[in-house]
Design a protein around this ligand. Structure first.
Ligand SMILES: [Zn+2]
Length: 363
């Protein structure tokens, strides 16, 4: 019996080597040996694993994303952003024979873990898979700075604080840690708010405001992110020159020039802007579909100091116009303010769990 099996195996092997039988197997990824290190072609890998990729030929920046995860890297650099957090590779991402290549170890230790093993097949990812764990909620104005004022006397600082508090408790219910810039009617400078956001270790900054306009007929809901006119490179230079703390082992920079910090800050700011737009879109989409009977003015950009200074994805929500009679009346109503807070929370949640991508939205 045993010898028969052996014989069969022998014939089988003979057939394989003679080329008569091809054993179906997944073709291994091509590997390159660059100065003794194994590298592999990134785009082929992404296409096999269903990872979306985007390459900017001018900045040589590569962005990968799938599900809730995202990796930013740059050809020639050892610094990468993994879900917005900087990490340093021992060897750089490179270009070899005209194609982008990454060290095999990086694929195995990082990319496979993020994109191949941890991607849920369906449904909402588990809490620890979400990319948002802590949110900074900023109630605009306060104290001597009352902000906008409605015709019946409703003050912006009061509306903002109420909605911010409601939003904070809703997020906490979802297991998200919340840092508030103020919980009472007190004055905080814009820089003070930025400092709280940057020191908080938070993943997002959400500032709540109510709007005003000379014309009383203007109304609606809008969400702002930092203007594209604000240069990421200038912000990066400023951050590295002023020793802005990087969430990365200082040993990584031992003996390196300031330049590398600037490159990293540039990547962080560029990533923050993209994430802020995504968050703004998610909030608008949610509020627009929330049955609030509110005009959707949509996603806009502006050079607001709190947005410019934040080193994490940041949006400024204008919940409505106090100068508009109807919206002032709405905003007086606690049920309405609760509903607004709930829709903003849902917008943050959709963004956090990557559902905004999963629903087939164009990035
Ligand atoms: Zn305001």
């Amino acid at each position: 019996m045993k010898s028969k099996n052996l014989l069969l195996t022998f014939y089988f092997l003979l057939l394989i080597f003679s080329g008569c039988v091809t054993v179906p197997r997944r073709e291994a990824l091509l590997e390159y040996d660059i100065n003794g290190t194994a590298y592999l072609p990134l785009i082929t890998y992404c296409e096999r694993q269903g990872i979306n990729w985007d390459y900017d030929i001018v900045t040589r920046t590569i962005i990968l994303n799938k599900g809730v995860h995202k990796v930013n890297m740059r050809a020639g650099d050892t610094l990468v952003l993994i879900d917005g957090r900087p990490q340093k590779l021992s060897l750089p991402v490179d270009i070899y024979q005209g194609t982008i290549v990454v060290p095999y170890k990086f694929k195995e230790q990082v990319l496979d873990n993020l994109f191949v093993r941890a991607t849920p097949a369906y449904g909402k990812p588990a809490l620890d898979l979400r990319r948002i764990k802590k949110v900074v909620v900023d109630a605009g104005h306060g104290g001597e700075d009352a902000g906008a004022k409605g015709k019946t006397g409703l003050r912006e600082k009061v509306v903002n604080l109420d909605i911010a508090k409601r939003l904070a408790s809703l997020l906490k219910e979802d297991g998200i840690e919340v840092v508030m810039t103020r919980t009472a009617d007190r004055f905080i400078t814009l820089q003070g708010r930025v400092d709280i956001a940057n020191k908080s270790g938070g993943d997002l900054f959400v500032s709540i405001h109510s709007n005003a306009h000379r014309s009383r007929s203007v109304n609606g809901f809008e969400v702002y992110y930092i203007s594209p006119k604000v240069s990421d490179t200038k912000r990066a230079l400023y951050a590295s020159r002023n020793g802005a703390p990087l969430n990365i082992d200082p040993k990584c920079f031992a003996g390196q020039s300031e330049n590398i910090k600037t490159i990293l800050w540039d990547m962080i700011y560029t990533n923050c802007r993209a994430e802020s737009i995504e968050l703004a879109r998610s909030i608008c989409k949610q509020v627009g579909n929330g049955g609030l009977n509110i005009k959707m003015l949509g996603v806009k950009n502006a050079n607001f100091q709190v947005l410019r200074g934040a080193r994490i994805p940041a949006v400024l929500v204008e919940v409505g116009y106090l100068t508009n009679r109807t919206e002032e009346n709405y905003l007086k109503n606690s049920y309405y303010r609760q509903k607004i807070a709930e829709e903003i929370r849902q917008g943050i949640e959709s963004y956090a769990s990557g559902l905004i991508f999963a629903q087939g939205d164009k990035r």
